[in-house]
Ligand binder design. Sequence first.
Ligand code: ZN
Ligand code: ZN
Ligand code: ZN
Ligand code: ZN
Ligand code: ZN
Ligand code: ZN
Ligand code: ZN
Ligand code: ZN
Length: 326
Amino acid sequence: MDEQKSNCEENDSEPTECVQACALCNCVERSLHGQRELRHFGPFSEWLALKPSASPLPQPGNDDLSSIGFSNSPCLAALFDASVCWVHHWCAVWSEGVKLMENEKLENVDKAVISGTQRLCEYCKRLGATIQCHAEGCSRFYHFPCSAASGSFQSMKQLFLLCPEHINKAEELGEEAWCAVCDSAGELTDLLFCTGCGQHYHAACLEIGATPIQRAGWQCPECKVCQTCKPGEDSKMLVCDACDKGYHTFCLQPAMDSLPSDPWKCRRCRVCTECGVRGLVLPGSAQWFDNYAVCETCQQHRSSTCGVCSKPANPSVALQCCSMCH
Ligand SMILES: [Zn+2]
Ligand SMILES: [Zn+2]
Ligand SMILES: [Zn+2]
Ligand SMILES: [Zn+2]
Ligand SMILES: [Zn+2]
Ligand SMILES: [Zn+2]
Ligand SMILES: [Zn+2]
Ligand SMILES: [Zn+2]
């Protein structure tokens, strides 16, 4: 994650000012949603005349799926700063109207960015959506991370998407809509799309879930790389129990010496269900409880209050026999 920082001034007080984000999904390059690298497009001559933007772009989105895209239409002059725009490779390539040319050159990315400023995503209901369902007459648009999160079918060979309602059309694609494990189409809504190789896998065939955070940026067992250093050795890779993303034990902060035997959760997925605190480690070396779902403070509070009447329990009495409600 320090790569992102290295082209910035090391100034913690203004962390967002120099971080480049995608003009479609509004995430930075390092993202858990599998959009690939951030590419710059342009300069586009028609945007040279734009005056510097008076309204700056909003803060980039984060690992949270609810922060993809834009809540208000972003200012074009800010998106085309110096007539150049930045878009993730996958966000651009799947966009309606964008053409993939030889040597990975893309055409019409600027047009996609402009149309995205007016288009809501079917999944997150925010602006910047440019990937349209391929079914005739369907007007649903998605951000790239949201297309996977929504459970749409994605074809990597043909670069198109079928929304959940039109997913049955995928059967006509034959082998493309095929699970790499059981070698059949099976339940199409259960297929996960690998953002690395484009193959599909049934969640059930891999014995994992198919929640939105698992689907977004999902990588198959063969393609799974560390989210911190990306390529690298695949030994000592921890896989998050909640989002199925991989992390090296030695890339974590603090690093771990060995693979834990219990289910493990990543930084993003450790959230206290009581107070909302999150993080790989808690302040003051506090511990996580309940499979990283309750922080130590709330756990202590829990164990000192009765689970039925929420009144403080008599510390000398065991929890199951609270004196107030029994
Ligand atoms: Zn993007
Ligand atoms: Zn979206
Ligand atoms: Zn559709
Ligand atoms: Zn299968
Ligand atoms: Zn793969
Ligand atoms: Zn790593
Ligand atoms: Zn996770
Ligand atoms: Zn808590």
